[in-house]
Design a protein around this ligand. Structure first.
Ligand SMILES: C[C@H](NC(=O)[C@@H](N)CCCCN)C(=O)O
Length: 450
């Protein structure tokens, strides 16, 4: 009699890559809205009379609820308790609600001109409120998708899969950077790109519903032994996570590195206009090259990590490149568009190296049943930077960098020195992480494929 060996659905290559494609698409839609306003900064200033500080406040709202209301941490606990289907679906709904509120605030329907809410212009406050709700949704969707990828790819092409997910999501950033201004100009409305995002988010929600069916099938294919191996999450596990030094080094590296990239992207278009004298209508194209480069390189470096290891070293190289690039943006040399383009591409390489090694390293430090909470805690620490740094840069620009006359509106030297500082600190933490790996034997320098 032949005994049938039960295979998990994730053992099928086709099934696991299909699951990845579906959830990665949902993230693409989320990243589109995250960055859609960045190239619109000059239009917000000229048409809606926002200042750099208004823009900085609005941008920092992304992290308000995640950081102060601990929404990300609750989201991680809900994820580990209730599972990926429930959490992911509700995260998509939050993204839609947040986007809807933000659209209302920026659109012509908005009718509270002249009003002040908590010291902010009503329009800025309501757009920020919507963005804050969206921020909760997209961040919880992000940790859910990380956990989904571990569920399907652990012991297989984990870093490649995470790299491909990030690459797909960055298509959303790239679209935001390159199409927002032409789209807004075509429809003669700053809010038109946000409406487009709303439609995309509806499609992203449908994609996640498709994933829910795939996840049900995966669970049905698990044997009793697989299910027994899954230890339930207990609240006291949080203590185990936060007393782990490796966890804190990853979280610190994450906040420092990402503080020098995502908030930089929010101002990159404005930097191109002010420092490199690029036409505002085309200025978003140069920053859009950053995510473009990561499309190919994040999966490439992820694959390298899967097969050859060297995760900690990859993070160190990425941090060094980040410092070099921001320093070149800060220095008063070669204020030409082609030079900005070259260094933006190099930043894209750095932005592929660190994430491709950092996120797949977390499951080497933290057990799978605590992963949702661990990713949530890392994102929570990161959100302090995503929230604080854009507000800081907006304030610094208004206070110290304003220029008089008909030329550029701002001198970007000081903001770029601040970004360089984050790079230096990220490098120090990456070196400490490599030393800790040597001491504790996490296996960060070892390949992921067993
Ligand atoms: C995977 C990682 N995601 C994040 O860092 C999110 N917390 C922030 C998403 C912000 C989107 N512009 C990444 O994208 O590298």
């Amino acid at each position: 009699m032949t005994e049938k060996i039960q295979k998990k659905l994730s053992d099928s290559k086709g099934a696991r890559w299909a699951a990845l494609a579906v959830v990665a698409f949902t993230m693409l839609c989320g990243y589109f809205l995250t960055d859609v306003m960045s190239p619109l900064k000059p239009m917000l200033e000229s048409e809606l009379l926002w200042s750099s500080t208004d823009y900085g406040i609005f941008t920092s709202a992304y992290g308000w609820f995640n950081v102060f209301l601990l929404m990300l941490i609750f989201g991680g606990m809900i994820l580990d308790k209730m599972g990926v289907r429930f959490t992911g679906f509700n995260a998509c709904l939050l993204m839609l609600v947040g986007c809807g509120i933000k659209y209302y605030a920026i659109s012509d329907y908005f009718a509270m001109d002249g009003l002040i809410i908590l010291g902010m212009k009503a329009q800025v406050a309501i757009a920020a409120f919507g963005y804050a709700i969206f921020g909760v949704g997209v961040e919880i969707a992000g940790i859910t998708v990380s956990k989904i990828i571990v569920k399907w790819f652990k012991g297989k092409e984990l870093a490649l899969a995470m790299g491909l997910e990030m690459a797909t999501a960055r298509i959303g950033t790239m679209l935001a950077m390159s199409v927002s201004v032409p789209f807004a100009k075509y429809f003669n409305s700053v809010s038109a790109p946000i409406l487009l995002c709303f439609i995309m988010l509806c499609i992203g929600l449908i994609a996640f519903i498709v994933y829910i069916f795939m996840d049900r099938k995966l669970d049905a294919s698990l044997t009793d032994a697989d299910k027994d191996a899954e230890e339930p999450f207990r609240v006291k596990d949080i203590f185990l996570i936060i007393t782990n030094k490796g966890f804190w080094l990853i979280a610190l590296l994450c906040v420092l590195f990402y503080s020098a990239v995502f908030p930089f992207l929010k101002y990159a278009t404005d930097l191109m206009v002010n420092k490199y004298a690029v036409d505002p209508e085309l200025a978003g194209i140069i920053p859009s090259l950053l995510p473009l480069g990561t499309l190919f390189l994040t999966p490439f470096f992820g694959n390298l990590y899967d097969r050859k290891g060297k995760g900690a070293t990859i993070m160190i190289i990425g941090a060094c490149m980040l410092i070099g690039v921001h320093l070149l943006f800060a220095l008063p040399l070669l204020n030409q568009w082609w030079f900005a383009t070259i260094i933006m591409i190099i930043l894209g390489v750095a932005f592929s190296l660190v994430p491709s090694a950092m996120w797949p390293s977390v499951p080497k430090i933290i057990p799978e049943n605590q992963l949702g909470t661990a990713y949530a805690l890392i994102f929570w620490v990161q959100n302090w930077g995503l929230m604080g740094v854009p507000a800081l840069i907006g304030w610094v620009l208004d206070r110290y960098c304003k220029l008089e006359g008909d030329g550029p509106a701002y001198d970007y030297t000081l903001p770029m020195i601040i970004f360089t500082g984050f790079g230096v600190l990220a490098l120090v933490v990456a070196l400490m992480l490599k030393a800790e790996d040597k001491k504790k034997g996490y296996g960060l320098e070892k390949p992921n494929i067993k």
